[in-house]
Design a binder for this molecule. Structure first.
Ligand code: AMP
Ligand code: GLY
Length: 426
């Protein structure tokens, strides 16, 4: 079998998938669409104007499998269009992608199936919103309904701020149409986990549990970002907690989606808040994403012993029942390096230099980079990820920061406390 793969997307997540596929001798060629300046080194970048044009390209090149990385094409229905053309696609349908595409859909779904989540109100009406805000104790969480690249969630510290935020969102001022319907919810106080389940509609396989770091500054301070670093597996999730997450969140979601004739086939990413209650740890669902997380993907893939290709086909061919996934007994920790003005605005492009390093300690994964005569240029927000591997969490962390020291570009910024909660735990 000789496979040709097409990966849709342009971030570190897509680069790391390509990198993982390259380990597999069955894979002959990897295309990225549109890719970035580093994916063009490990594969071939392609561009298209319409989905029809893309379908023709896939058929012409006899591409065996398409993987859709980001949420926007999934929510817009790219997987359905490709499937209808007879193409094998890893990625859920447009209908199932509403779990991420609409917070209102997601909250209604989870309340129908009694999945634990924060108490909430979904509304487009400001009077209703204000009424509900007065019923909650601050802080109060206000979310735009649609896709906002991880930035559509505001945590208001008092009722006045919550009312102002709700008024702005509903008026279309802060997030355009994505904010014309909002979800207001109680604040959950705890720590977050990223849980990934590969799902074939009926059965699922769980990947090692990760922790992301969404805030820009050390100590989880500052604005939310797309993610400043992640590691896996995390010691903050034991078997008891994993069982609760499976039984109360993953299984009811798969069953509920199937029951509503909307089976979920792809990777389900549950953002979980773990809250200390009654002397135990209780998981609450914050959000669903319908794709691999970024930067979680970059730290999860090196842990997979089972080839990624087998996992993708396991999902597409509905073979996850009794599927045995093999995981390397090691840790991975990734530190994201962002440009100077991230996440506020774009920074001027900068040449990246990378000193030699021992490949045994880890690797780099590239997101916001261009390529000028084989020189990588930082040109975006999240530029690259330094991924340390190790037999222990501490070793992986040390290796990741050793890699950070090998990278240089003007204005580079990163957190130096990635994984601090795991360190505190030990
Ligand atoms: P979401 O896009 O819904 O995951 O929200 C983005 C981030 O906002 C989450 O990762 C949390 O850090 C925070 N957040 C969202 N909802 C809540 C909540 N109900 N309580 C506390 N923090 C929240
Ligand atoms: N790491 C969070 C996300 O991909 O949305």
């Amino acid at each position: 079998m000789e496979e040709k793969i097409l990966i849709i997307g342009s971030g570190g997540r897509e680069y790391s998938m390509g990198r993982k596929f390259l380990e597999d001798s069955r894979i002959k060629k990897i295309y990225f669409c549109p890719g970035n300046g580093a994916t063009q080194i490990i594969g071939e970048n392609i561009f298209y104007k319409t989905t029809q044009e893309l379908i023709l390209f896939i058929q012409e090149k006899n591409i065996n499998l398409v993987i859709i990385g980001p949420e926007t094409p999934l929510v817009e229905g790219m997987s359905d269009a490709l499937r209808e053309a007879g193409i094998k696609v890893f990625g859920p349908s447009k209908k199932a992608s509403q779990l991420e595409g609409s917070k209102a859909f997601m909250k209604d779904f989870v309340s129908r199936f009694k999945i634990p989540t924060a108490t909430y109100l979904q509304t487009s009406n400001i009077a209703q919103a204000i009424d509900f805000i007065y019923k909650l104790t601050p802080p109060i969480v206000i979310k735009a309904d649609g896709l906002c690249a991880g930035k559509g969630v505001i945590i208001a510290q008092n009722q006045q701020e919550a009312i102002e935020t709700a008024t702005q969102m509903l008026g279309g001022k802060s997030f355009g149409d994505a904010g014309k319907c909002i979800v207001i919810e109680e604040f959950l106080d705890g720590y977050e986990l990223s849980v990934f389940a590969l799902c074939d509609g009926k059965d699922y396989v769980l990947l090692p549990v990760c922790q992301d770091h969404k805030k820009l500054f050390n100590g989880d301070k500052g604005p939310n970002t797309g993610g400043m670093g992640a590691y896996a597996p995390t010691p903050l999730c034991d078997e008891v907690l994993i069982k609760k997450i499976k039984d109360r969140i993953i299984v009811p979601t798969l069953e509920g989606m199937l029951q509503e004739n909307n089976p979920f086939e792809g990777i389900l990413f549950a953002g979980i808040m773990v809250v200390k209650m009654n002397g135990g740890l209780e998981p609450f669902l914050l959000e669903f994403n319908v794709r691999f997380g970024d930067p979680e993907c970059e730290v999860l893939l090196p842990l997979l012993k089972t080839p990624l290709l087998d996992l993708c086909y396991g999902v597409i061919e509905h073979r996850l029942n009794h599927f045995e996934i093999e995981i390397y007994q090691q840790y991975c920790l990734g530190v994201v390096i962002v440009s100077k003005d991230y996440p506020y605005k774009n920074s001027p492009p900068q040449v990246i230099t990378i000193d030699n390093f021992d490949k045994k300690i880890g690797h780099l994964s590239f997101g916001g980079v261009n390529n000028k005569d084989n020189v990588l240029i930082a040109d975006g927000g999240r530029i690259l990820l330094c991924i340390g591997e190790g037999k222990s969490f501490q070793e992986a962390r040390k290796n990741a920061y050793t890699l950070v020291d090998k990278v240089n570009f003007k204005g580079m910024t990163y957190r130096n406390d990635i994984g601090y909660k795991a360190l505190e735990h030990q």
